[in-house]
Write a protein that binds this ligand. Structure first.
Ligand SMILES: *Cc1c(COP(=O)(O)O)cnc(C)c1O
Length: 389
């Protein structure tokens, strides 16, 4: 019972600090409206930025994939789980993102684990942005290389840490779009530091792909030659599930040989690859989704600012209202929920202490009228009723 007691204590503490996490059961696809625990909400919490998760072409491709391959892939990629669907998706991704080669992973978490673990060695050093995703941090912690965490988007701190380190290869690691606050990495600066130090730059662009750039290649669009490895996930704008890593021929071959999270896991379901192939086509054919989304983003920023809401500056679908206090964040979440609006309440350790926020995500299903309703609720609670929170 010692374990049970200590867990109970830990959970109680988490609850008292307003940090307890709860899951809610949704019964509908991701659209502008969703039904959660039997009640309808206007949804501002999904990462399905382009509205592809329930797109008829994607669904059709998935079903066709099931008809051809069945459901499970049956084995790991190296032991027979790799199909024509996997291969075709890898080729199409490499072409779309303008890299020599791509490799599929079952999730972004595993892609980051695989890349960092397979490519770094004891004599190297990793320099990672302090606000980088948990999967990047965990992968870096488990690497034998020395680890330095530089202040968020602060290349002066990065350079300072580079000077202090003795290493064979410096690995610079960042998110392209920071997943909680929605701001962009200072890629130009990171690229020049990478070039000066003859280092490796790894960009996890989970939230940029499909959304940023004229072609939707993400925050590295046009800079592929300078970004050594690009990690992308399918669970966000592509509306499916899984991930990929893009890079040089040699680095991808090294991943196939050494990335444990690639080798020792069942290959993705082939039908899922077919669905992602359909999503990728839609990035190119339904560009109105990106345009519409960008209009929504611009509108939301302008209106929030003119209403006096303290919204973080962001040109991405991730719009954060920084509240700071965990309790206030939860009260706001509950109040919005009562009015039929679903947003994400983000608290530590997902964000640093004191940076709790409402994470509002916009997607191509939204209309201006949806945003107006959200804005009216937000300004009612955060401006008119602020004293009561
Ligand atoms: C979501 C996310 C991941 C994890 O991707 P999954 O495919 O959901 O495991 C990795 N990195 C970042 C920046 C993410 O936002």
């Amino acid at each position: 019972m010692i374990l049970e007691n200590s867990l109970q204590h830990k959970l109680k503490e988490r609850t008292e600090k307003n940090l307890f996490r709860q899951r809610f059961k949704r019964s509908t696809p991701i659209e502008a409206d969703v039904i959660v625990d039997g009640k309808k909400y206007l949804n501002f919490s999904s990462n399905d930025y382009l509205g592809l998760a329930n797109h008829p072409h994607v669904i059709h491709a998935f079903k066709k994939g099931v008809d051809q391959y069945g459901v499970g892939s049956g084995a790991s990629a190296l032991l027979g789980g790799y199909t024509h669907a996997h291969h075709a998706l890898e080729e199409e991704l490499a072409h779309f993102f303008n890299y020599p080669r791509c490799l599929l992973f079952s999730s972004g978490f595993m892609a980051n684990s695989g890349v960092i673990h397979a490519l770094t060695q004891k004599k190297d050093s990793i320099f990672i942005d302090k606000l980088a995703h948990a999967s990047l941090i965990d992968a870096s912690l488990s690497s034998p290389a020395a680890l330095f965490r530089y202040k968020h988007n602060n290349t002066i701190d990065l350079k300072h840490k580079l000077k202090k380190s003795i290493h064979a290869i410096p690995f610079l690691i960042t998110e392209g779009v920071f997943s909680m606050e929605g701001d962009l990495a200072c890629l130009e600066k990171l690229i020049s530091i990478k070039n000066e130090t003859k280092g490796v730059l790894i960009v996890d662009d989970a939230h940029g792909i499909g959304v940023i750039g004229n072609k939707g290649q993400g925050s590295t669009e046009g800079k592929q030659h300078a970004v050594s490895m690009l990690v992308g996930t399918f669970g966000k704008a592509l509306g499916t599930s899984g991930a990929f890593v893009a890079g040089s021929d040699v680095s991808i071959e090294a991943l196939i040989q050494y990335a444990r999270s690639y080798i020792y896991t069942t290959a993705q379901a082939p039908a899922l690859c077919e669905a992602t192939r359909a999503s990728l086509k839609l990035l190119e054919s339904e560009t109105w989704r990106r345009t519409h989304l960008n209009n929504l983003i611009a509108y939301f920023q302008t209106q929030a600012n003119s209403l006096g809401l303290t919204i973080l500056k962001s040109s991405t679908p991730i719009q954060a209202i920084l509240l700071g206090e965990d309790k206030k964040t939860m009260i706001c979440f509950e109040q919005l929920k009562k009015r039929g609006v679903w947003v994400a309440a983000i608290r530590p350790p997902t964000v640093p202490p004191g940076r709790s926020l409402l994470r509002i995500t916009l997607n191509a299903h939204h209309q201006i009228s949806h945003l107006d309703y959200l804005l009216s609720c937000l300004s009612y609670f955060l401006i008119n009723k602020n004293d009561e929170l």
